[in-house]
Ligand binder design. Structure first.
Ligand SMILES: [Ca+2]
Length: 164
């Protein structure tokens, strides 16, 4: 093959894959837009949805991520948004995973904000790391829907947050 043919072939391959990547990107965006139509849009502009299947923390996180979202963090941290989304969570009437878990011994929100007593609505006496392996956080219906640390392998509902 001469250089011209190789160059043309290369350009063709590059353009085709760029176009395919673009189409895929558009497709992903439109799937996400369609999905979000059924989600609750809070006043921070983010979208929220409670999922009722009972899964462990890692599965909950990955299920949110498959939808272009993540476990809810920013909206849970902000007391105004938390009030807005509590009806969604309370409708599930069950423990619900959120985007807050331990990393190297510290609780970090899913959007990388460090947890403090001010931005984390812990139940009194929590986090207590009962049994030494409570690395994930959930809304606790039995205790006024405050937050509790619990073992990540427990199965429960979960709430996703999407930034459109
Ligand atoms: Ca606990």
């Amino acid at each position: 093959m001469n250089l011209y043919i190789i160059e043309t072939l290369c350009l063709f391959i590059i353009n085709t894959s760029l176009a395919a990547g673009d189409v895929l990107g558009q497709l992903r965006k439109s799937v996400k837009a369609k999905e979000l139509k059924t989600w609750y849009r809070a006043s921070n502009g983010f979208y929220y949805k409670l999922f009722n299947d009972q899964v462990n923390y890692a599965t909950a996180k990955s299920n949110c991520q498959k939808r272009g979202a993540d476990l809810a963090s920013a909206g849970v941290r902000d007391s105004t948004i938390r009030r807005e989304i509590m009806p969604l969570i309370k409708a599930g009437n069950d423990s619900t995973w959120i985007g807050l878990s331990k990393f190297e011994g510290k609780f970090i929100w899913g959007d990388d904000v460090i947890s403090t007593p001010i931005n984390t609505d812990w139940h009194e006496g929590e986090p207590n790391n009962l049994g030494g392996d409570e690395d994930c956080v959930h809304f606790w219906p039995e205790n006024k829907w405050h937050l509790n640390d619990l073992a990540c392998n427990r199965d429960m509902k979960y709430i996703c947050e999407a930034r459109a």
